[in-house]
Design a binder for this molecule. Structure first.
Ligand SMILES: C[C@H](O)[C@H](O)CC(=O)C(=O)O
Ligand SMILES: [Mg+2]
Length: 395
């Protein structure tokens, strides 16, 4: 059998909102309600992360077409700037390559962009291309992605829910609930007291045994993080998430030493590549890493990060990225559960995470997803034909 080659790489930008984290949500959505952030020390940027530009980039949808007519695609964050990088830089490397050459293409995309890349937007763009290549390869071979990366080690994936209502998450069958931190260091001891009251009320509502986590979205100082973790010691927090600036690996290790025993330290949602995760694991001493497969370098890089984390005894629980991480979670023993980001405005109903961009997007039922739901070629989802896509940099 001759291996098809890649004839075209295209980057599209959806005309509208939607698509999980960091996208414009309607006013009043819990995900934009006074969430603590590193910018919250400036009072004018405290109420809303949109106020400092969080939703500016939006999605980019990468499409790869093969010589046999098969098309793979994947969305990620990056919008028009990522579309420019994909069309004007990455396409020259990818077009003409056999659909099987994922390792070489990843290496070439990373090395050729080193002088302005390594992290952030460029790695988002590389991630999107890499995911689209996996989708294409799965469709060419007629295999779901999980079957190409070792096969499932479990029949069902259990989920925790991220949102403002862990009590509802419990009723919906999730194994835990992760609340966003709302009050950072600029709100001082009063802020800590509000957080403790909120978590204590959540514990009261969910009872013992149900996991509660707190997502700090890079907003804390080391001192504040230490004090907050001890103030929350009585609540039974499963983990404290992304408390510190991602580049400050060293303070992660200090926090790890000073936090209460039994409370895990997690981070990595805004980290990229095996090199960044090596620093987080070796210098930062985190217990759990949370790469976003659309931001960390794609699935090819997530597999490397995963092997590295496993060798450090750390769990890998990817940041909420729907099917793009479920195929991975199904295949790894040290990824025992997945995140579900509650994109419903009040966080009270399960709605597809990437809606309205995708169709056929599976969601957990009773807090679990049967791996058989993923048994379609590639990542097993389709682009919504009713949502127009623009191609800002056609060639
Ligand atoms: C809710 C958090 O601030 C963020 O928007 C999502 C996130 O960090 C997570 O799901 O984890
Ligand atoms: Mg997070």
């Amino acid at each position: 059998m001759t291996t098809p080659t890649i004839t075209a790489l295209r980057a599209y930008v959806p005309d509208s909102t939607g698509g999980a984290d960091y996208h414009a949500q309607p006013a009043g959505h819990w995900i934009d309600d006074h969430i603590a952030s590193p910018m919250a020390k400036y009072p004018e940027y405290r109420e809303s992360r949109r106020s400092f530009g969080l939703s500016l980039l939006g999605n980019v949808v990468v499409e790869v077409e093969a010589s046999d007519g098969t098309v793979g695609f994947a969305p990620t964050t990056g919008g028009e700037p990522a579309a420019w990088i994909i069309e004007n830089h990455l396409a020259r490397l990818v077009e003409g390559a056999p659909v099987t050459d994922l390792e070489r293409l990843w290496d070439q995309m990373y090395l050729s962009t080193l002088y302005y890349g390594r992290k952030g937007l460029v790695v988002n763009a590389i991630s999107g291309v890499d995911l689209a290549l996996w989708d294409l390869l799965g469709k060419v071979r007629g295999l779901p992605v999980h079957a190409m990366i070792g096969g499932a080690v479990r029949d069902e994936i259990p989920f925790y829910a991220t949102g403002p209502r862990p009590d509802v998450a419990r009723k919906l069958g999730f194994i835990g609930g992760k609340l966003p931190l709302q009050h950072g260091p600029a709100e001082g001891d009063e802020g800590i007291a509000k957080t403790v009251a909120r978590l204590a009320a959540a514990r009261e509502a969910v009872g013992p045994g149900f996991w509660l986590m707190l997502d700090c979205w890079m907003s804390l100082t080391l001192d504040h993080a230490v004090r907050l973790s001890h103030a929350l010691d009585g609540v039974g927090l499963r983990w404290l998430e992304e408390p510190l600036l991602p580049d400050d690996y060293w303070s992660h290790a200090t926090l790890r030493e000073r936090m209460p025993a039994g409370m895990l330290l997690s981070s990595g949602e805004h980290e990229s590549t095996r090199y960044g995760f090596r620093a987080l694991l070796e210098l930062g001493k985190v217990d759990l890493v949370q790469p976003d497969v659309g931001w960390c370098g794609g699935l090819t890089e997530l597999l490397r990060i995963s092997a590295l984390a496993e060798s450090h005894g750390a769990m890998v629980v990817p940041h909420g990225s729907s099917v793009y991480s479920y195929h991975f979670v199904a295949t790894r023993q040290h990824s025992p559960f997945a995140e579900f980001l509650m994109m419903h405005p009040e966080g009270t109903e399960v709605v597809p995470m990437f809606s309205p961009l995708l169709v056929d997007e599976p969601v957990p039922v009773n807090g679990r997803l049967k791996v058989s739901e993923l048994d379609r070629p590639g990542f097993g989802v389709r682009l919504n034909p009713d949502r127009p896509l623009g191609r800002p940099y056609p060639r």
